[in-house]
Each structure stands twice: as structure tokens, then as C-alpha cells.
Ligand binder design. Structure first.
Ligand SMILES: Nc1ncnc2c1ncn2[C@@H]1O[C@H](CN(CC[C@H](N)C(=O)O)CC2CN(CCC(c3ccccc3)c3ccccc3)C2)[C@@H](O)[C@H]1O
Length: 157
């Protein structure tokens, strides 16, 4: 808990709002682009959504599949909890996956409330699309990856 609070304070200190914009992506549909340079390890944005329990997320996942909107505004946490950005989400839900990402995610629990923060893995120039590794579990049905990086694994899952 202490570690979470310190990390949250450090994040808030470094969290001078980064100017970001969602726009058409070369990777997939819409993506999130940095409008200003971002330094390595800088806090970029929080993945905001509703924190839902595993059972609820299964029900919603089936709902979204039925509505044909895919389940991927869902950010799965290690303990099975899910942050669902489908209905009430921040623009972080537009960040695409890359096999050589320029950001990484960190889950911090503060007073029992889990928050997902996205940090820069390296210096990001203005105009670059933000990406992180989705770390999707391996599945039979592959989603081809269009990240375009040299060491692309070819699929998201
Ligand atoms: N490297 C990559 N290579 C190939 N594909 C990649 C890569 N990275 C991400 N993706 C794709 O992006 C997905 C993740 N995505 C990241 C952002 C995305 N680019 C986007 O433009 O939304 C968020 C999800 C995309 N979905 C959109 C639903 C939308 C909808 C559905 C049907 C018809 C119209 C609209 C919807 C709208 C309103 C409410 C609910 C759903 C959610 C991955 O699951 C994968 O399909």
C-alpha cells in the first residue's frame, strides 16, 4: 500500500498532463498520438474505466461479443479483475498494441482501488503513436498484428 501511495504521488508529480490526441492509426482504426515529446519513464495517462469483478467481466464480454463490438476495451488485471473502458472510458482505450512498444503499463492499488497507469518506456517524439504490449493470453484464433515493428510476433494473442 505504501509503495502504491508513493508511486501515485510520484506519478502525480510527474503527471503534467501530456498533450495527446486520438486520430487515425497506421496500426488499426484509431490510435493515440503524442502531440509533444515525452521523456522515458514519464507518466503518460491512466487507463480509466469501470473496475469489474471477473464474473461480471465474463457476462459483459459475452454481451459485447453479441453486439459485435469486440471485448477489447477490457483491460484485464492479473487477479482476474477487469477495467472496462467500453461505456465510461478515457482516451487511453484507443492505445494500440505493439510488439516493440514505446510505453508500458503498471497496475497500482491505492486504498484497495486498482489503477492502471501508462508510462513511457523510452523517449517519444511528438507525432508518434503511443503503444504498449497488450500481453494478451495465447489463443487458437489469432488476431494478426499490424504493429509493423521489426520483431513483430505476427499476432496479438
Ligand atoms: N498491433 C495491432 N495490430 C492489429 N490490431 C490491433 C493492434 N493493436 C490494436 N488492435 C486492434 O484494436 C483493438 C483494441 N482497440 C484499441 C483501439 C482501436 N484501434 C480502436 O480504433 O478502437 C480497442 C478495441 C477496438 N474496439 C472497437 C469497438 C468499437 C466498435 C465496434 C464495432 C463497430 C464500431 C465500433 C466500439 C465503439 C463504441 C463502444 C464499444 C465498442 C475496442 C484490438 O482488440 C485489435 O482489434
Amino acid at each position: 500500500a505504501a509503495e502504491g501511495a508513493d508511486l501515485l504521488k510520484a506519478t502525480q508529480l510527474k503527471a503534467r498532463k501530456k498533450r495527446l490526441r486520438f486520430q487515425r492509426s497506421k496500426i488499426h482504426d484509431w490510435g493515440l498520438v503524442a502531440l509533444e515529446p515525452i521523456e522515458a519513464e514519464d507518466f503518460v495517462i491512466e487507463y480509466v474505466g469501470e473496475l469489474i469483478r471477473p464474473r461480471i467481466s465474463d457476462i459483459r464480454e459475452r454481451q459485447y461479443e453479441k453486439m459485435g463490438i469486440g471485448s477489447s476495451y477490457l483491460f484485464r488485471l492479473d487477479d482476474g479483475y477487469v477495467v472496462d473502458a467500453t461505456k465510461r472510458g478515457g482516451i487511453a482505450r484507443f492505445i494500440n498494441h505493439s510488439c516493440e512498444p514505446n510505453c508500458y503499463t503498471k497496475v497500482i492499488s491505492v486504498e484497495g482501488q486498482k489503477k492502471i497507469f501508462i508510462y513511457a518506456k523510452r523517449h517519444i517524439s511528438a507525432g508518434e503513436e503511443l503503444t504498449y504490449n497488450y500481453k494478451f493470453p495465447l489463443e487458437e484464433k489469432k488476431i494478426p498484428c499490424h504493429c509493423g515493428s521489426r520483431r513483430c510476433r505476427g499476432s496479438l494473442n
